[in-house]
Design a protein around this ligand. Sequence first.
Ligand SMILES: [Zn+2]
Length: 173
Amino acid sequence: MFWSSAKIAKKRFLKRVPEKYELNDLVYKWTCPCNSTYIGQTKRRAGIRWCEHINSNQTNKSDPSTIFAHMSSCATLDQQYQNYISDPSTKNFTSSHRTKSAKSEYALKYFHSKNPPKIRRKLSKNDFALKYFDVLRTNLTNEYDRKKVESFLILLHKPSLNKQIDFKHFKTF
Ligand SMILES: [Zn+2]
């Protein structure tokens, strides 16, 4: 009895903690270096949703993501990116044969890994913007709860890039 529970405890201890871009069922926040913010939710893997945000001119031309629209016009973000690519310690991003989403996946691994690759590579401005995503709440498997937490956090943080949302169900609070 004792041994089997010790084994389970050891197994649990050794279980790899997922990187944040590997999480599902979450509410996330994007904070631009200019302090503009956006809060969103997804039931899917965070990395997939974040790559969609930064490449949204490719995935959905008729409804570009608010983040993508902001990225194209923000001088502060542009400056941060210019500083990054002009840093002499950065190396050229050599994987030109890769697809756009594979490059974005690489950027995510680079920015969100506890042990990032030692060689820094120059990334596109879109991929550079991935570093500004963060997880606010996780384990929100129930869609209603997830959307309610998202709405609550939007109400709390007042992110400047979110469109006006319907706060009707908060009137009873
Ligand atoms: Zn900005």
